[in-house]
Write a protein of this length. Structure first.
Length: 183
């Protein structure tokens, strides 16, 4: 009786569905003395962009989304501070608040001297065509989608291996119990 209960419990655990979800990613930029890496980016909605300031003075980042000359987003990254996060600025591309577009983040040294700008393109997850009906180049997006498919295949194979091991264990247990009962 105990063996059947154990076997049932193992089967239930092995057959329980597993769920995976697409999580948000982080895209990092490094602001050095004379360089900004990367110099441009293609990001997805629901990602967070983090700008790391690795110099010993402040930098101010601004973003004008509607082109009216007024910044809708401003962030000040302090000088490099390994003890905290004052030396970075974060911008979350919250789903529902962003459309597929290109925008420019301007970066200023100490708030007064223009330093660099970075062009950032935002892609929607399920976007196959633009608003104008033209198909866009999704080579990077397709590559990421291929990685997700590979991840799903790996997850499926791992689940199949665990299930096979569980079935083998049940067969081994049932044969050993029957052999033990006959003795």
């Amino acid at each position: 009786m105990r063996t059947r209960l154990l076997a049932t419990a193992i089967v239930v655990v092995l057959l329980a569905p597993s769920v995976t979800a697409h999580g948000a990613d982080t895209f990092s930029f490094i602001m050095r003395n004379s360089t900004l890496q990367p110099s441009e980016a293609v990001v997805e909605v629901n990602e967070t962009m983090v700008f790391h300031n690795v110099v010993d003075f402040n930098r101010i980042l601004t973003l004008d989304l509607d082109g009216d000359g007024e910044s809708e987003w401003t962030c000040e990254a302090g000088p490099l501070d390994s003890a905290g996060s004052d030396d970075e600025c974060t911008l979350w591309l919250e789903e529902g608040n962003w459309t597929a577009e290109e925008f420019v983040v301007e970066i200023w040294n100490n708030g007064t001297e223009f330093w660099k700008s970075i062009s950032i393109s935002v892609n929607l997850h399920d976007e196959e065509q633009g608003e104008d009906g033209d198909e866009h180049d999704h080579s990077e997006s397709d590559h990421q989608h291929g990685e997700e498919v590979n991840g799903d295949l790996e997850s499926l194979l791992l689940s199949a291996a665990v299930l096979s091991f569980g079935v083998a264990a049940l067969i081994w247990i049932s044969r050993n119990i029957k052999g033990g009962e006959e003795e």
